[in-house]
Design a protein around this ligand. Sequence first.
Ligand code: HEM
Length: 158
Amino acid sequence: MTLWYVARAAGVVAMIMFTVAAAVGILTSGNRSPERRFWLQYVHRSAAVTGLVLLTAHVIAVIADANVDISPTVLLWPFGSGYRPFAMAVGALALYGVVLATLAGAARGRLAQYAAFAKYWRSIHIAASVGWLLSIGHALLAGTDRGTPWMLAITVCC
Ligand code: HEM
């Protein structure tokens, strides 16, 4: 059962990290002090990267775990899971959102010279917020612990 617990723990901490990244991102956009913006950006990116690393561990562990029937193809076709199909589809769509925002964020420095990219960057980055919201829906639908008071408290706080 170790892999199963690791998978779920990684999912919970990933969701918390994406919440921190989203909250700090909101604070950053309304802040005008350059020094404060620098530190807020630093925390925003660190939380997002930590969340992505944990999300990778979560997905690899749930696919590798023998307890549940989840094929890697669920990442390409989110509606084909043999285990809790709707909840897994919501999780896969959440993953698409955060991965899209990550790719756009990583490309930002190189593509900033193109006016079209600079113009649409913020709109593309909204995918992260959509992914974060979907990840909360996924946790409410999928988690074994979703009904326990402690897990409900974490999810509602997120
Ligand atoms: C942004 C993306 C995602 C986040 C933040 C996330 C987070 C979570 C959280 C918080 C839980 C609840 C843990 C618990 O209560 O035990 C969970 C459960 C789970 N997630 Fe994800 N998840 C994501 C994407 C995915 C994807 C893409 C898959 C499928 C490949 C997946 C498969 C699962 C499974 C199998 C469970 C356990 C269900 C159970 O306990 O019966 N997740 N996830």
